[in-house]
Design a protein around this ligand. Structure first.
Ligand code: ATP
Ligand code: MG
Ligand code: MG
Length: 350
């Protein structure tokens, strides 16, 4: 069978590798750090930095197709890999989603609504941006932010300097506060043949900027649900996308507002592992391997709860619960805010 190259050795890479193994495919993980969650379950691993051209070339030569579990792959590494093997999802999706500014511009060009935003390259820009967007607002680094890191809230004009200082000079955007009732996400997939399939939207609850739970079904009217799925499909098609994407949405009185997109499997799609015939990880592997997309229909209601830091100490009790599937990532150290695993509590549809 074919070998799937996976850039990134975290839990998403691990669950991709497990899904690939189930389909009879091999996986080769590339990551700078040894013994990560994905390397524990893959067939082969390369431990090297993303600027190690020789290691990248050897990795590319050893696999049939390349995918990734995170969007911050350096451009120079991509240049090398793209010259060797197909990389899915492709360059367009990465370029757009690596940078919050280009991401929001792209979404607006598609006719989708985002939070009002303004480029902030320095202190003068922030004053202008705040005047344009108005407080309250959120200053976010353009690149590398996740789990709410690289963000500072500006409740009043007086907070502006402290917010700017906290980002230590990183290029940023200022986003106006979206007055949402709740957050949902669509996990969508697009195959090599251009076919699109979306999982049922999930409702996401965040705590301290980190995803806490995803509940399916989400509270959405039938027309909101249709809107959510159609806009995700629009994004996938516009990017000529191959693979699974997470689309985070705010639900507001005026309609759906796109928060951000992730060109990869997504934490808010973990519920699919125990509530769908084909889950997001298998769907992604199918897409990048050129298989037909699978049946993502939901056969159960589900609540996914992340096990963060010490939460994972409860694993034994959780494992004894009826209707609960425990997923642990094999991380040795339970640091504060670190995602150690998750549980899916499912109730079959009747
Ligand atoms: P992730 O881990 O999902 O990649 P992230 O660090 O990229 O997160 P965002 O998704 O931009 O961060 O923001 C984290 C959370 O902060 C959002 O899910 C939402 O709850 C809140 N938030 C972000 N932007 C806004 C906004 N413009 N208005 C209101 N709330 C916001
Ligand atoms: Mg993000
Ligand atoms: Mg987010």
């Amino acid at each position: 069978g074919a070998t799937i190259g996976i850039l990134g050795g975290g839990q998403l890479g691990r669950m991709l590798a497990l899904a690939a193994a189930r389909l009879g495919l091999r996986t080769h993980v590339f990551d700078p750090v040894a013994d990560g969650p994905a390397q524990q379950v893959c067939d082969a691993a390369t431990i090297a930095a993303y600027d190690d051209a020789e290691a990248l070339a050897a990795f590319g030569a050893a696999v049939d197709v390349i995918t990734y579990e995170f969007e911050n792959i350096p451009t120079a590494a991509l240049d090398i890999l793209e010259g060797l093997r197909p990389v899915h999802p492709g360059r367009k999706a990465l370029a757009v989603s690596q940078d919050r500014l280009t991401e929001k511009q792209f979404l607006n060009q598609l006719g989708l609504v985002t939070a009002p935003f303004h480029d902030v390259a320095g202190p003068d820009d922030l004053t202008a941006a705040l005047a344009a967007v108005g407080a309250p607002a959120i200053l976010k680094t353009r690149r590398f932010g996740y789990d709410g890191k690289g963000q500072a809230r500006i409740m009043a004009d007086g907070d502006a300097q402290a917010a700017l200082d906290s980002l230590k000079g990183a290029p940023a955007i200022l986003e106006g506060f979206v007055d949402f009732s709740h957050e949902v996400s669509v996990i969508g997939a697009r195959g090599l043949d251009g076919s699109v399939a979306c999982f049922d939207p999930g409702e996401n609850l965040h705590e301290d900027g980190i995803l806490r739970t995803t509940t399916v079904p989400a509270r959405l009217t039938p027309s909101q649900r249709t809107d959510a799925v159609l806009l995700a499909a629009r994004i996938l098609n516009a990017l000529d996308y191959v693979g699974v994407m997470g689309v985070e949405l705010f639900v507001t009185k005026a309609g759906l507002v796109v928060n951000e997109i992730a060109p990869r499997v997504h934490n808010s799609g973990h519920w699919t592992q125990n509530a769908c015939t084909v889950d997001q990880f298998e769907q992604h592997i199918r897409a990048v391997a050129g298989w037909p997309l699978g049946d993502g229909a939901r056969h159960a209601d589900a609540v996914m709860e992340n096990l963060i830091g010490d939460d994972a100490d409860r694993w034994l009790a959780l494992a004894g619960e009826t209707g609960t599937a425990v997923h642990l990532y094999g991380k040795a150290e339970a640091r504060t805010g670190r995602k150690m695993g998750h549980v899916n509590r499912v109730t079959p549809l009747r």
